[in-house]
Design a protein around this ligand. Structure first.
Ligand SMILES: C[S@@+](CC[C@H](N)C(=O)[O-])C[C@H]1O[C@@H](n2cnc3c(N)ncnc32)[C@H](O)[C@@H]1O
Length: 386
């Protein structure tokens, strides 16, 4: 088993070299949207080590964090999409990558007419710790003995709390392109937790990465060449989605899955996928007499809170679930039934979300509802039904 730090050091050294000179084997060809590449300097585009294009799923005005930003290509594309109302932060641990990205940022800013990108130094599994701030502090308080070594731990913890590299709940969209597989297995859980932490409620992750169709055997995991080639650290396709689920995300879906593997090693296929996952299902559940109807096409669905719903039936949901379903990625699959008499949230009672139950129409209309009305003219386009 390779020692954890040495894996990270090997990755850093390999990508430090990759920042200086293009390394062919480190990337898998991607078709980026060419209109966004025009303003990006050649050295950035040449030193592209991505496997997908999460920038395709961004919108104007969003605050975007690119983890493992390399020489900055995805950040520079994102800067054009989010525009002056948005902002892009790239995080990378490799000085040489940051140097190329930072040197090119003013060039791109001038060409697009706005400086909305910045690059910060950190490890993506520890997005609270600002490594440049730590560097500065360690210069003032160098590690000279065991006591100062242990004190450095306290110092790092203090920096995480008082001056986090990326604050909690501050980001609209976390993107990443071919980096998560490079993080050692022991830190992967923490990595997904960190992505979750920095996103605001209602935010989302859009991650492109290499995944495998079978578990990667231990001897392949210990091969540092394959590790750097984005092979050894790949999660399985199921494991990748499960990692988002484990961190508390919902609405997880595969936006793109390459049919052809990028590489096949010892019969195991490694391919690029892009996955989207949302933050925001946590919180209290209140009863406001709302109902939803799953439209189909499947006979039934199961959401990330274990609500199982059959096509076409009216289900009672709490206010939180009702509002989640009204947004992406669920919106198009549901019809929504508001109660005739609105129950303000302040007066609502707790709702037991651990079970799924049907909702009788009388509950949304009111038990005493007994109206008889003329035909609704909207239904027949102006009232002429003949
Ligand atoms: C395969 S390259 C991808 C770079 C970039 N996303 C792109 O599309 O070209 C991986 C990048 O992730 C960085 N990286 C790897 N592990 C990291 C970690 N644990 N924390 C921060 N950066 C990391 C490397 O320095 C390198 O720049």
């Amino acid at each position: 088993m390779i020692e954890t730090r040495s894996r990270e050091t090997i990755v850093r050294q390999r990508y430090a070299a990759g920042a200086k000179e293009r390394a062919e084997k480190l990337c898998c060809p991607v078709d980026y949207q060419s209109e966004y590449l025009k303003v990006i300097p050649r050295e950035v585009i040449e030193r592209d080590y991505g496997c997908g294009d999460p920038s395709r799923y961004l919108h104007e005005g969003e605050i975007v964090l690119d983890i493992g930003s390399g020489t900055g290509k995805i950040c520079f594309i994102a800067a054009q999409i989010v525009g002056p109302k948005g902002k892009v932060i790239g995080v990378d641990m490799t000085d040489e990558m940051l140097e190329v990205a930072r040197r090119n940022a003013p060039i791109v800013a001038e060409r697009i007419g706005c400086a909305n990108v910045e690059f910060r130094k950190g490890r993506i599994q520890d997005l609270a710790l600002d490594l440049e701030l730590l560097d500065r502090q360690l210069k003032e308080h160098p590690i000279t003995n065991a006591a100062s070594f242990l004190a450095a731990d306290d110092l790092a913890e203090e920096l995480r709390c008082k001056h986090p590299l990326i604050a909690s709940d501050s980001i609209d969209v976390v993107v990443s392109n071919c980096v998560l597989n490079l993080v050692e297995p022991e830190s992967k859980r923490q990595l997904f937790d960190e992505v979750f932490r920095v996103l605001r409620k209602g935010g989302r992750a859009v991650i492109s990465d290499i995944v495998s169709d079978e578990e990667v055997p231990e001897e392949m995991q210990n091969d540092s060449e394959l590790w750097n080639d984005c092979i050894s650290g790949a999660l399985t396709e199921e494991g990748f989605l499960a990692a988002f689920e484990g961190a508390g995300f919902y609405g997880i879906q595969i936006l793109k899955r390459d049919v052809d593997p990028w590489r096949t090693v010892q019969g195991i296929e490694f391919r690029s996928v892009t996955v989207e996952a949302f933050k925001g299902k946590q919180g209290e559940c209140f009863e406001r007499n709302q109902a939803v109807i799953y439209r189909g096409p499947f006979k039934e669905v199961l959401d990330d809170d274990n609500h199982r719903m059959e096509r076409g039936r009216r289900y009672a949901v709490c206010d939180k679930t009702y509002n989640l379903y009204k947004k992406a990625p669920y919106r198009e699959f549901f019809d929504f039934v508001d109660p005739i008499v609105d129950l303000p949230l302040a007066d609502a009672k707790p709702f037991d979300c651990s079970r799924t139950s049907l909702r009788h129409p009388k509950e949304t209309k009111g038990q005493d509802y007994n109206a008889t009305k003329e035909a609704n003219s909207k239904c027949c386009d102006g009232g002429s039904c003949s």
